[in-house]
Design a protein around this ligand. Structure first.
Ligand code: CAA
Length: 258
């Protein structure tokens, strides 16, 4: 297995836990973190034994943003030629379901990273925001787009234009996070959600994720047609027979993930 310096990788059955580990910088997302997170997620995505990936940080910070010290000296040509941050898009293309477990600061790139995941669980200590404008820049990992889709224009505009941070309660009310969990229980709860997802048929979970994500990219009519095609396709899996037979036989299903 590959060794990483800025992240920790752990396997718990069919769940993989990827922990950001740059405590000295509140998990600021430098290019090494980006490269390692994306490489690890893609490696896990190729593993049929991994049914769900949890992405988390520390109690104090999920991630306090992109690395300001690394970005400070860069010029336009540096950013353009190296296509700075574009590799993060690949995390959104991972087909295995992902859960962000956010405790403490999720600011700038940290908030954007959490929004790249499929399920977003927040500790009651979580703080979300896009404070880039205070640094004289704008979000660069999709924040202006994903935050707006998640919470609507009014709140996204306010957060992006003022740099204000919002707490977990507000984030849940606004629809950014699916649930708030006491900080001490965050990881256990994230693991429990991930184990539930990982216990499903993997191809069917992949198709579910694909269908929901399609809602952000297309019209309602196209999205419904896309869903219908995938719905028909699941009848080609053994897991459809198993899931429905288990219901009829009044027993738990044993998905063979195909
Ligand atoms: N980049 C680089 N280093 C960072 C960092 C970041 N985003 N956030 C924190 N750090 C570093 C600090 O510089 C500090 O290092 P030193 O000890 O060497 O000084 C260390 O982490 C601890 O941070 P603080 O002392 O500031 O901790 P605090 O508890 O006083 O404050 C905080 C916490 C409010 C989160 C504060 O660190 C902060 O405001 N961080 C920056 C938040 C931010 O602006 N994020 C957006 C970045 S831009 C971006 O993300 C662009 C994009 O869209 C991709």
């Amino acid at each position: 297995p590959t060794t990483y310096e800025t992240i920790l990788l752990e396997r718990k059955g069919r769940v993989a836990v990827l922990t950001l580990n740059r405590p000295e910088a509140l998990n600021a997302l430098n290019l090494q973190v980006m490269t390692e997170v994306v490489a690890a997620a893609e490696e896990l995505d190729r593993d049929p034994e991994v049914g769900c990936i949890v992405l988390t940080g520390s109690a104090k910070a999920f991630a306090a943003g992109a690395d300001i010290k690394e970005m400070r000296p860069q010029g336009y040509m540096d950013m353009y030629l190296s296509d700075w941050f574009t590799a993060w898009d690949r995390l959104g293309q991972v087909r295995t379901p992902t859960v962000a477990a956010v405790s403490g600061y999720a600011l700038g790139g940290g908030c954007e990273l959490a929004m790249l995941c499929d399920i977003l669980l927040a500790a009651d200590t979580a703080k979300f925001g896009q404070p880039e404008i205070r640094l004289g820049v704008i979000p660069g990992i999709g924040g202006s787009q994903r935050l707006t889709r998640a919470v609507g224009k009014a709140k996204a505009m306010e957060l992006c234009l003022t740099g204000r941070t919002m707490g977990a309660e507000e984030a849940e009310r606004a629809g950014l996070v699916s649930r708030i969990v006491p900080a001490a229980e965050l990881l256990a709860e994230a693991l429990s959600v991930a184990e539930t997802v990982a216990g499903m048929s993997k191809p069917v979970a992949m198709m579910t994720k694909e269908a929901v994500n399609r809602a952000f990219e297309t019209t309602l009519a196209e999205g419904v047609r896309f869903e219908r095609r995938l719905f028909h396709a699941v009848f080609a899996t053994a897991d459809q027979k198993e899931g429905m037979s288990a219901f009829v036989d009044k027993r738990p299903p044993h998905f063979i993930h195909g």
